[in-house]
Write a protein that binds this ligand. Structure first.
Ligand code: NDP
Length: 499
């Protein structure tokens, strides 16, 4: 039973149920050419939601052609101020329907409604920020050392047609992080959401039309990896912006190599969260739990390796365990729920297998009782937040991205030891450090090989601040100036007097 005892479950949002969803191509909702659909389910109950059109390569062709026409036609004629206006309008429209967006992400991917509300408000601010950015694009006039009769300057131009491929964790804000800078830069987009959670990107597509984006500027093609691969290899696509697993990221690099596409990749992570003995341990414990378990661990930047200075390790880990045990797991539509289910049966099986491996390899779960959760939640895909102690760096649970609510606590002895341990991973997305010693904080922020370092907090995010990783966590940045730059080409112009 997913609902709170004695309380009826809140009704599902209309958009999430009923008729099959169609593809948005050239401003019109159409069925997939094959007529095929894929199932989408409510992960809290395993019950079906509205099916999705299954796009194939032919549908991707149509969407790319529509995006090209918009780029060379109506959308291409929009000046920066026109783009800013339409992006602002889109932000307002999302804000007006934020509660609906949140409820859809709650039933479609299992995001607790309180987290889904944050995701909706983040999408709003992302479009607002992009509206401002559209007005700031400029090239340079350049002092050079050639003849003085020549004048050199650079122009910034949109990269062109962008294929945006997003995962299932946070579909609305992942879509916003891709669409907003692309549109601000003047690009057109074919958006491919993940098959497990595509409903909010589809509703966003509806609002793009309502906001006044010309047909073809934003197209949404639902489907599986076939549609993603078709987009990646397509000759008519100039850039791929991808968020997802490192394994699929590698396929995207290979698939796009034939046409030398521009590429930005936001991939996996196994981020260290480091607590020194002098830290504010109450705040750090809260952050350690939420940094790992928010969205049931389905967060690329989750702090899943908890390094604690040896002197305080046992005591601190127990504090984190107490917080973990108090986190309310349940119906994502319930306002009181802190953690919902995992997105799919497949993800449930995958994460459950990691929990078993952790125990088999000798770690001890001091919170989280998987069999009990299965009994409690029946057909829902719930894994309780699980904190392991007795973990060593070689164990599978300390090495691999689990993408579920599994946290490994590991003791360390001093700065050098923890830097070696923290950096001993192919990933480099995020890292957290808790200490009251400023010198040590500076040493740690310089020493950590990660695209984002949080000091005395974990997981802060803002549209103005770059987000992305080092090493196998990808390249390019979302948010901030870097994001829009990744959707712009630079054209150098040498101008000389005609006579
Ligand atoms: P994927 O990386 O496979 O999916 C991300 C997106 O890529 C989806 O839209 C997917 O479509 C699409 N895709 C799949 N195959 C291709 C391809 N060959 N070319 C282009 N696009 C493709 O993630 P999964 O959903 O399979 O999740 C697997 C694991 O990846 C998770 O358990 C987690 O560890 C990790 N992950 C990490 C994320 C992160 O942000 N770091 C996000 C999501 C997952 P479709 O889903 O419809 O097949």
């Amino acid at each position: 039973m997913v609902q709170t005892p004695g309380q009826a479950r809140r009704s599902l949002p209309d958009f999430a149920t009923g008729q099959a969803k169609r593809l948005l191509i050239n401003g019109v909702w159409v069925e997939a050419g094959s007529g095929e659909t894929i199932e989408s389910v409510d992960p809290a109950t395993g019950a079906p939601l509205a099916p999705l059109a299954l796009a194939g390569a032919a549908d991707v062709d149509l969407a790319v052609a529509a995006a090209r026409r918009a780029l060379e036609g109506d959308w291409g004629a929009f000046r920066p101020a026109d783009r800013a206006r339409v992006l602002s309008r889109l932000a307002d429209l999302i804000e007006d329907r934020a509660e609906e967006f949140a409820a859809i992400d709650a039933v479609d991917m299992g995001a607790p409604i309180m987290t889904a509300r944050w995701m909706a408000s983040n999408a709003v601010s992302t479009f607002r920020y992009a509206a401002g950015q559209a007005l700031t694009i400029h090239g340079d006039t350049i002092e050079h050392s050639q003849t003085r009769s020549m004048f050199a300057y650079s122009l910034k131009e949109p990269v062109g047609v962008v294929g945006s491929i997003i995962p299932w964790n946070g579909p609305l804000f992942a879509a916003a992080w891709k669409l907003a800078p692309a549109l601000a830069a003047g690009c057109t987009v074919v958006l491919k959401p993940a098959e497990q959670a595509a409903l909010t990107p589809l509703l966003l597509g509806e609002l793009c039309i309502e906001a006044g984006l010309p047909p073809g500027t934003v197209n949404v093609v639902t489907g599986d990896g076939v549609a993603g691969a078709a987009l990646t290899e397509h000759r008519g696509v100039d850039k791929i912006a991808f968020t997802g697993s490192t394994a699929t990221g590698r396929r995207v690099i290979k698939g796009s190599a034939g046409t030398i596409k521009r590429l930005t990749l936001e991939l996996g992570g196994k981020s260290p969260h480091i607590v020194f003995a002098d830290a504010d341990l109450d705040r750090a414990a809260q952050a350690a739990a939420m940094g790992a378990f928010t969205l049931s661990g389905q967060v690329c930047a989750a702090g899943t390796r908890l390094y604690v200075e040896r002197d305080v390790c046992d005591e601190f880990t127990e504090r984190v365990a107490r917080i973990t045990r108090s986190l309310r797991v349940g119906d994502p539509l319930d306002d009181q729920t802190v953690l919902g289910p995992l997105v799919s049966r497949e993800q449930f099986d995958r994460v459950s297998a990691y929990v078993k491996t952790g125990s088999e390899q000798g770690a001890s779960a001091i919170s989280g009782d998987l069999p009990k959760a299965q009994e409690q939640f029946g057909d829902g895909f719930f894994v309780p937040p699980t904190l392991f102690t007795g973990v060593t760096d070689e164990m599978t649970i300390a090495q691999e991205e689990i993408f579920g609510p599994v946290l490994s606590a590991i003791p360390f002895d001093g700065v050098d030891d923890v830097l070696t341990k923290a950096n001993n991973t192919p990933y480099g997305l995020a890292a957290g450090v808790w200490t009251q010693d400023v010198s040590r904080a500076l040493e740690m922020t310089r020493g950590l090989r990660a695209g984002m370092v949080f000091v005395n907090n974990y997981g802060a995010s803002d549209p103005a601040v770059p987000f992305g990783g080092y090493k196998m966590s990808g390249y390019g940045r979302e948010n901030g100036r870097a994001a829009i730059e990744a959707y712009l080409e630079t054209k150098s112009v040498w101008m000389e007097a005609a006579s």
